[in-house]
Write a protein that binds this ligand. Structure first.
Ligand code: ARG
Length: 455
């Protein structure tokens, strides 16, 4: 492609060190779509005749079909996807092919192809996030009335509905999808026409190219357009955050599936055994999902680090961008699919979760609330109930079984009726009516809201 300037053949080591086609071949549909749109702009500008344009277009479509059928051979010697496709086109159609690269550089070409690829990935990941949300909602619906302890510091804190816990993740995943949609909207500017760095003296209708490729606008600074990879960083960051959420979800699954908790039953299809210990049933999917989050963070760090020292504009370092992004997209996508499948076949051991939630200590705060209703300042109420908890421990009795005299000694507000009604799990949950709290009405409203949002 640049033989005019050079007298010697390139070193083989440089060829294999510098090639990117083994990774970026995946950009082929976007490279071809971009080239067809560019060729059409060249035709409109009078650089290509109608006949030349048609040769280019049909040649490119033929190449596309062959790649899709696995009949196209990408050559490492031709460095990247762009040169592979262009050189094959020229080989096939002759001089018309050699005109295609007019007013274009691989710098704006790769900026375009990669944006198109990442844009599509954002949409498909957002879809897959929805798929997992749907399965979480499904699991919540199958156990609509099940109660479990909610935790802080991994200590039993307050009773919640299992559905409430699952819907917390549904909210997180929704923000994750939102971040990907935001990234899509921000990167949605068409860079072709920026050339290597300073546009071109050959004037092409960039708006028409943008329209053909489905971009709502064109980039407005040619240097920025070829140097920018923050769209990729942003998507890697959104993916890393989604990975963090999935890792926390996995951690909950791993805990719940343990004998100690015993809350969650995973299907045989989604667990593994031990080669040594016959009794084992391991939650490997969740462990792998938690583990793969490491590479999602790593890929983000890779690209941020690649970019941080680069002077404007394009530098070859930037070729490292694709591997990181492809890997993160593939990893998140696979994780979302398998987690969705795993949850579709999972179930809660309701009795076991209820038993754990039945500890009256989980309603100690509710008892303090009753004192507040009787006019006791909350700090004081907290102290009084703390004293009762200590007393129950001393006597080795559950908090709700303390003698009524103990309660009355602490405060006249704590009559036997008040105490009895406070330690009712169902009414304790029913009382949690504030927006966002887990009263049964709130939970069913949230479940139907998500159901109708997610379909
Ligand atoms: N394979 C290159 C990349 O991914 C394409 C752009 C090459 N541009 C250049 N000036 N060498 O970055």
């Amino acid at each position: 492609m640049w033989k005019g300037r050079f007298k010697e053949e390139q070193s083989d080591l440089l060829k294999s060190y510098g090639e990117s086609v083994s990774i970026d071949w995946q950009l082929y549909p976007h490279d071809i779509a971009g080239s067809i749109a560019h060729a059409r702009a060249l035709k409109s500008a009078g650089i290509l005749t109608g006949e030349e344009f048609e040769k280019i277009e049909s040649g490119l479509r033929q190449i596309l079909a062959e790649i899709e059928e696995g009949r196209f051979e990408f050559l490492m010697d031709l460095e990247d996807v762009h040169m592979n496709i262009e050189s094959e086109l020229t080989k096939r159609i002759g001089p018309a092919g050699a005109k295609l690269h007019t007013a274009r550089s691989r710098n704006d070409q790769v900026a375009l192809d990669f944006r198109l690829w990442v844009r599509e990935a954002c949409d498909s990941l957002a879809q897959k996030l929805q798929g997992l949300q749907r399965e979480l909602v499904g699991l919540a619906e199958r156990h609509r009335t099940a109660i479990m302890p909610g935790y802080t510091h991994l200590q039993r804190a307050q009773p919640v509905f299992f559905a409430h816990h699952l819907l917390a993740y549904v909210e997180m995943l929704d923000r994750d999808a939102g971040r990907l949609r935001d990234a899509h909207a921000r990167m949605d500017a068409m860079p072709l026409g920026s050339g290597a760095i300073a546009g071109s003296t050959i004037l092409l209708d960039r708006e028409a190219v943008a329209k053909e490729l489905g971009f709502p606008r064109v980039t407005t600074n040619s240097m920025d357009a070829v140097a920018d990879r923050d769209f990729a960083c942003e998507v890697l960051a959104a993916i890393a955050i989604a990975g963090m959420h999935l890792s926390r979800l996995s951690e909950d699954v791993i805990l719940w599936a343990s004998t100690e908790f015993g809350f969650l039953e995973l299907s045989d299809r989604h667990t593994t055994g031990s080669s040594l210990m016959p009794q084992k049933k391991n939650p490997d999917i969740a462990e792998l999902a938690r583990g793969k989050t490491g590479r999602l963070y790593g890929n983000l760090m890779t690209l941020l680090t690649v970019m941080k020292g680069l002077p404007l504009t394009y530098n070859r370092d930037m070729q490292e961008d694709k591997e990181a992004v492809f890997d993160s997209v593939k990893t998140l996508s696979a994780t979302l699919s398998i987690l969705a499948e795993m949850f579709s076949a999972a179930s809660l051991r309701e009795a076991r979760a209820l038993e754990a939630a039945g500890d009256p200590l989980l309603l100690a705060t509710d008892l303090a609330d009753r004192l507040v209703e009787g006019g006791v300042p909350f700090r004081k109420a907290h102290e009084i109930v703390g004293g009762l908890v200590a007393r129950a421990r001393e006597l080795n009795t559950p908090l709700d079984r303390l003698d009524s005299s103990e309660f009355l000694k602490s405060s006249p507000v704590l009559t036997p009726e008040i105490v009895k009604s406070t330690f009712q799990l169902q009414s304790a949950l029913a009382a949690r009516k504030t927006i966002g709290a887990p009263s049964p009405e709130n939970i069913s409203r949230e479940l139907s809201r998500w159901r109708s949002l997610l379909g």
